[in-house]
Write a protein that binds this ligand. Structure first.
Ligand SMILES: Cc1ncc(COP(=O)(O)O)c(C=O)c1O
Length: 372
């Protein structure tokens, strides 16, 4: 028996399924920069349909999808975007909207549930009377699910409300929907309804959906026409990209139906962590595939915990100096969750007592067909 790696670092770590690999091998391709790749065209058409928008564009990453979207909406110098202070765009995307796009960020505090208070959004909108001094607000960005807030879902009603604020002030609304399908499944709301109020949405195909590469931007035809030019400017125009779109098509077709299992397993993980005295987790806060937990004993550092876990084939990532983040995806089974819980408990004890705790612990799972 070969012990399987239980990789809980992120949902970006999935390997393409056999069906994805087969679709990639068989993909009919052509030069997509010339607009001729049939597989890219089929995938983009399907994504526009699913998301309820006029058009879609495949791009290499979520970061590029957000950057292009913000830059299309903020195409005048001196533009400002309102976004959460804990949002991915603001924290983890190299400040690209400023460094590359010259767009000024105006942050509003993210609540623990990923929302920003509506009155705070309204207060952040620049008044035209100050146009001589202020940047000009052009865009509001939401994130759904909200990664740094623990994979929390924004409801359709909340999104509509923000959409109303945007519309009534002549602004646009962009959603970083890297994990919008997780939100849709968790809320039981069709994805097109969740993003109805948005002018643009970026969707990652290579996170919980499991494709090897790519994101897609959706919006109006006019928006996507401009996005296509920016994609080329940023070096994101790809030639026989149907190879990647073939896998993305299969990911959307096959994996959305499995996300509910990921969410159930994340809950089991959180409930299990709650029973380990060294950890603190609010399992009711687990809405999708992410589990954040605190380490209550200061002698247990997240880095040390990760080191010991790695020796037992469990990969995890620190979230801060006192907390950890675990992410469930479709290559994590029920037995993987149980194995990870057992390893976490023993690793914490090993740190505290200095004695090895793992002698008889192995993961019963064998390597799966994805070469894990
Ligand atoms: C919420 C969110 N948005 C955007 C991104 C960026 O995606 P990528 O890593 O494909 O650039 C990520 C990546 O983890 C993310 O979690």
């Amino acid at each position: 028996m070969v012990t399987k790696l239980v990789d809980l670092r992120s949902d970006t770590v999935t390997k393409p399924s056999e069906a994805m690999r087969a679709a990639m091998a068989a993909a009919d391709v052509d030069d997509d920069v010339l607009g001729a790749d049939p597989t890219a065209h089929r995938f983009e058409t399907e994504m526009a349909r699913i998301m309820g928008k006029e058009a879609a564009l495949f791009v290499p990453s979520g970061t590029m999808a957000n950057l292009i979207s913000v830059l299309v909406h903020c195409d005048t110098r001196g533009s400002e975007v309102i976004l959460g202070d804990n949002s991915h765009i603001h924290i983890y995307e190299n400040g690209g909207i400023s460094t590359i796009g010259g767009v000024h960020p105006k942050t509003v505090r993210n609540n623990p549930d990923g929302t920003m208070d509506i009155d705070k959004i309204v207060a952040a909108i620049r008044h035209p009377d100050g146009a001589l001094y202020y940047p000009t607000t052009r865009l509001i960005c939401l994130e759904n699910t909200h990664a740094n807030c623990g994979g929390k879902c924004l409801s359709a009603e909340y999104t509509d409300e923000v959409g109303e604020v945007a519309k009534s002030h002549g602004l646009k609304l962009h959603i970083d929907g890297a994990r919008i399908f997780n939100a849709s499944v968790a809320l039981g709301v069709p994805v097109h309804r969740l993003v109805q109020a948005a002018d643009s949405v970026s969707v990652c195909i290579s996170k919980g959906l499991g494709a090897p590469v790519g994101s897609v931007i959706v919006g109006s035809t006019a928006f996507i026409d401009k996005a296509k030019i920016l994609r080329k400017t940023l070096g994101g125009g790809m030639r026989q990209v149907g190879i990647l779109c073939a896998a993305a098509y299969v990911a959307v077709r096959d994996t959305v139906g499995k996300l509910a299992d990921d969410h159930r397993r994340a809950k089991v993980l959180a409930d299990g962590l709650k029973k380990i005295k060294h950890f603190r987790v609010d399992s009711t806060s687990v809405e999708t595939n992410m589990v954040f937990f605190d380490i209550v004993d200061s002698r247990i550092s997240p880095n040390k915990l990760c080191q010991i876990l790695e020796h037992r084939n469990v990969l995890a990532m620190p979230a801060s100096s006192k907390s950890m983040r675990l992410v469930v995806h479709y290559q994590i089974s029920d037995s993987d969750v149980q194995y990870a819980l057992a390893c976490l408990e023993k690793a914490a004890e090993e740190i505290l007592t200095g004695s090895k705790k793992f002698e008889h612990l192995t993961n019963g799972s064998t390597r799966n067909s994805y070469g894990h």
